[in-house]
Design a protein around this ligand. Structure first.
Ligand code: DQQ
Length: 585
């Protein structure tokens, strides 16, 4: 019986794949062959293109690659299909900036042309600044035998701060799967930024898997060109599936300032972060822990794991395959992440593009040493204009107030809540504690609670037929006798179009509302709603494709649908200017 069902299921799957021209390949992105090289036509009406999030003029993008700062110029490379609005034909596109806000497109930096190295794709990788200040890129190439190998690229002209031209002087990959090293040639990709030990030896990790075990393979080199695989991986975890885009870097204890990826070997004042992008579920998880250069052992903090409910994520919405770099100009770590669409492939092809970069975010370690704070870099504030403020306003139960005089489709809003009577917090059912996203789904914007839902309705249409809400709900956990703050981004009413993914996202935020005010910042950019709670202790990035709430027909509200009142101690909202994104790809 079971076998018959299985056979039927497999048959249906094959029919689906053939009919839809869909192919799922090992690189984790679905392949739509018919659309891969279909030249894009850009319709005039483009309500979903962003104004201050980075995106190229057309076509598909995915992972950020090799971000760095060189001679005062910021570089962002990224996975790009020059021929279509779906994944395929992947090259390294390139853009530069002097402020992380305004960008200039540059010519493609790495194209897949070498049979031994990358003819079937120039996939993700990272930049490292060597001891003498020279930048170098390690990236995954897919060779003519369809094997994933790691390659090296150098700038052609080091006196060019824009690093326009890149060369691949070696004829061979620098790391390759062999029978001896037993690496699976279709699960071997995304080399990290290198870090240098006190022994003057470079280390990098490459993502992999062994059956269901996610693995960060460790390699070592004295000259950054000749690499040998270390027997023991830096870290691995059972049941995770493929680890894509692993990253490993130090963070300072007790300071927002960051540490050079390579200069922390004797520094006792640091902890380490290992980030992995889980291919199976498309989320970026991280652990915080300690690291010994002598044994090359990374030990996550007690209880810190890289998946599941108790694992920590960079973002609880759409944010994947991220990359960060140490910005020596400003002594900080800057993080980039890819935000995929929530629209159908047909819609992406119609609008002529797919994928956006999240805002560049600053990363630092919380004073507890247990988790990170992740917030937009301060330069984004340069785009703010015409502030609107509201202070000491009590939001009575079931109230909705409109925030006027803001371009609500292109805005930045900060709001601080207090005045909560925490004795009225709802008791949380213990079965919900490990399912915050489902809790947000179940208790959406229109389900009345006691303390909450309260927050913002953004990208709202005049008659509220459409809106996306970002809100808090406060619960009491009777087992621990503590409050639990739930943060949700509810897209269920975000569009009248039923063809888009309207999932809700949510997480608990580690704040104690008895001690601290509740902070929410939401940046709205046409089809992006990017929200940060408690100074970046949690963030959620969501996509919305309203049909009515576009451009000037978008409105902004603060609301409280709880049965208890809550006070806005301060709300500031800014219209946002458009970032200058110029140049030709
Ligand atoms: N995308 C790249 C791979 C990486 C994946 C291919 C993650 O290198 O593993 O475009 O989104």
């Amino acid at each position: 019986m079971v076998v018959t069902y299985l056979k039927q299921f497999l048959l249906l799957l094959v029919i689906f794949i053939v009919l839809c021209d869909v192919e799922v390949i090992k690189a984790s992105h679905p392949v739509y062959k018919g659309y891969q090289s279909l030249e894009t036509t850009l319709p005039k009406n483009q309500p979903y293109r962003t104004a201050f999030h980075f995106q190229p003029p057309r076509n598909w993008i995915n992972d950020p690659n090799g971000p760095m700062v060189y001679k005062g110029i910021y570089h962002l490379f990224y996975q790009y299909n020059p021929k279509g609005a779906v994944w395929g034909n992947i090259v390294w596109a390139h853009a530069t900036s002097s402020d992380l806000v305004n960008w200039e497109h540059r010519p493609v930096a790495i194209s897949p042309i070498e049979p031994n190295l990358d003819v079937s794709g120039a996939w993700s990788g990272s930049a490292t600044i060597l001891q003498d200040g020279k930048p170098v890129i390690l990236y995954t190439g897919v060779n003519s035998q369809n094997q994933q190998v790691q390659n090296i690229a150098f700038p052609k002209n080091l006196s060019d701060p824009y690093l326009i031209e890149w060369t691949k002087p070696l004829q061979k990959p620098i790391m390759a799967p062999t029978i001896q090293n037993q690496i699976n040639s279709s699960s071997f990709r995304d080399p990290s930024t290198g870090w240098l030990g006190p022994d003057n030896v470079w280390r990098v990790v490459v993502g992999s898997k062994i059956r269901r075990r996610g693995v960060a393979i460790l390699y070592k080199s004295r000259d950054f060109v000749h690499w040998s695989k270390v027997k023991k991986p830096l870290h691995s975890a059972q049941g995770n599936g493929m680890w894509e885009c692993p990253a490993f870097y130090p963070v300072s204890i007790g300071s927002r300032d960051s540490v050079d990826t390579s200069k922390s070997s004797h520094d006792l004042n640091v902890k380490y972060v290992l980030k992995v992008s889980l291919d199976d579920i498309k989320h970026d998880y991280y652990t915080v822990g300690s690291y010994s250069y002598h044994t090359d052992t990374y030990t996550p903090n007690n209880g810190s794991i890289e998946n599941g409910f108790s694992g920590l994520r960079y973002d609880y919405g759409k944010f994947y395959a991220s990359k960060s770099f140490y910005d020596g100009e400003k002594n900080r770590r800057v993080l980039w992440g890819w935000v995929n669409e929530s629209s159908s492939v047909n819609d992406d092809v119609k609008k002529g593009w797919s994928g956006v970069m999240a805002l560049p975010r600053r990363v630092w370690l919380d004073k507890s040493g247990k988790q990170l704070h992740i917030c937009p870099v301060q330069e984004i504030k340069k785009l703010r204009r015409d502030p609107v403020t509201l202070t000491n306003h009590v939001l009575q139960p079931t109230s909705l107030i409109q925030i006027n005089n803001v371009t609500a489709a292109q805005a930045d809003v900060e709001i601080t809540f207090d005045g909560l009577d925490l004795s009225k917090a709802e008791i949380i059912d213990p079965s919900w504690i490990s399912k915050p996203q489902m809790l947000c789904q179940e208790k959406g914007t229109s389900v009345r609670g006691s303390l909450g839902p309260f927050g913002l309705k953004v990208l709202a249409s005049k008659g509220l037929e459409e809106y996306t809400s970002v809100f808090f709900r406060i619960f009491k956990n009777v087992q621990t006798n503590q409050n639990m703050v739930l943060m949700c981004s509810d897209q269920s009413r975000s569009s009248l179009d039923n063809d888009v993914d309207k999932s809700n996202y949510g997480t608990f935020v580690d704040v104690d509302p008895i001690q601290e005010k509740l902070l929410l910042r939401t940046l709205i950019d046409h089809s992006i709603v990017e929200s940060f709670a408690a100074e970046g202790k949690a963030s959620i990035i969501a996509r919305a494709y309203p049909q009515l709430a576009i451009h000037r027909a978008a409105y902004l509200y603060a609301f409280n649908y709880g049965s208890q009142s809550v006070r806005i101690s301060k709300l500031s909202a800014w219209s946002m200017k458009r970032a200058q994104i110029t140049g030709k790809l």
